[in-house]
Design a protein around this ligand. Structure first.
Ligand code: PMP
Length: 385
């Protein structure tokens, strides 16, 4: 069989065949804060990760365009060689200060940050322990590192303890426990203090990916601050593509860890630097997040309200503790048809189909969604009941 034969035979997801519905790669013609437009029809955006509502904030957009005018559209090379700006280092200092970690290193995406930290630090003698819902970028980084991988049950300290007790690292190896601050498909918060306690008992290093918690929980300071000193981690990662209204990501650790990664993280060394516009947007969004802690609180309040009202309609939504609201669906067909009906009523949500996770719709709330936006979503769901 030739390499490309599978592409000829590739069928879109089964629902696309059966129902003529394809809930992915919707290409918007226009996009503004919380509203987007396709085929001349507008829809409320309840599928993005623009938690603080800063992706269309004048201050952030202006900072991005000023930086492009000042430094150019691209740095055309890696940070290691020609692509570093003082602006990257300014962002690293302010990130480390705000998130309470000793030092930070900025990458071109959150995916690359996770790939770089995992593959840069771990090797074949190490064992990495993952919550079963850990993000794909962390798993991909572990694969690249050729470490052994073990899964434990979601948020279960007992299951982590069993996994840590049953897998010995190689002679030169160590153990690393990998957690997400907020799980992107479940919308729940990591049981951080209990899991870190178990990890420490086994002398394991702990990495927390706070892609969804940073900027939102604890007035923006994220999952570590949410637990207010009850848990410390060795390594923290986050992305700029959610609350920080840009693109890019960061790894945090001690200065020696960061110095090591500057030379050993392949996704840093062999990939071009974060663009000036993206760097300036993330830095400005970080400063706004710091000055305007109401934003994270409002996104959380919107999610609590919306999840409560959907539950009252009979949807199986748990009380929201994060901006993410999963709405379980029976199967792929129900997910796709409800998604389409919501779209027809002017509400965009994310459709999630197996194998990514069990069938569900996933809504996310922002600081700039207003009461009337929530009312429209509730009315659309009510009409489908
Ligand atoms: N970690 C988590 C938990 C994520 O949800 C995501 C993005 N979906 C990433 C990492 C990757 O971030 P980015 O979009 O910046 O590549």
């Amino acid at each position: 069989m030739a390499l490309l034969d599978k592409c000829e035979k590739f069928n879109l997801p089964q629902v696309a065949q059966e129902l003529g519905l394809y809930p992915f790669y919707t290409a918007w013609q226009h996009m503004a804060a919380d509203v987007c437009e396709v085929d001349g029809k507008s829809a409320l955006m309840f599928g993005g990760n623009n938690y603080l509502g800063l992706a269309h904030d004048d201050r952030v957009v202006r900072a991005a365009s000023d930086a492009a005018l000042t430094y150019g559209s691209s740095l055309t090379g890696s940070r290691l060689l020609n692509g570093s700006l003082e602006l990257h280092e300014e962002l690293e200092r302010e990130l480390a200060d705000f998130f309470g970690m000793p030092a930070a290193l900025v990458f071109a995406t959150g995916y690359q940050a996770n790939l770089g930290v995992m593959s840069g630090l771990c090797g074949p003698d190490d064992v990495i322990f993952f919550d079963q819902y850990a993000h794909a970028s962390l798993l991909d980084g572990a694969r690249l590192s050729q470490s052994r991988m073990r899964m434990f049950r979601h948020n279960s300290p007992d299951s982590l303890d069993t996994a840590l007790s049953s897998a010995e690292p190689g002679r030169k190896g160590s153990r690393l426990v990998v957690l997400d601050g907020i799980y992107s498909m479940e919308g729940d918060i990591c049981a951080l203090p209990e899991l870190v306690e178990v990890a420490r008992h086994h002398q394991a290093t702990v990495l927390l990916d706070d892609a969804h918690g940073a900027g939102v929980l604890a007035d923006g300071r994220g999952t570590l601050a949410h637990f207010a000193g009850r848990a410390e981690v060795d390594l923290l990662t986050l992305t700029f593509s959610k609350a920080l209204a840009s693109i890019g990501g960061a790894v945090f650790g001690t200065p020696s860890t960061i110095s090591f990664l500057r030379h050993h993280a392949r996704s840093m060394v062999f990939s071009a630097a974060l663009s000036p516009a993206a760097t300036a947007a993330a830095l400005t969004a970080l400063r706004v997040a710091r000055q305007e802690p109401w934003r994270g609180r409002t996104a959380l309040r919107n999610a609590r309200t919306l999840a409560g009202e959907l539950a009252a309609l009979g949807y199986a939504c748990a009380p929201a503790t994060t901006p993410i609201i999963p709405v379980p669906m029976k199967d792929k067909v129900q997910t796709a048809t409800v998604w389409r009906d919501l779209m027809n009523r002017g509400v965009y949500v994310n459709a999630v189909l197996p194998p990514a996770a069990s069938a569900r719709l996933r809504l996310s709330c922002t600081a700039t969604q207003r009461r009337e936006h929530l009312d429209e979503v509730v009315a659309a769901f009510a009409a489908l009941r």
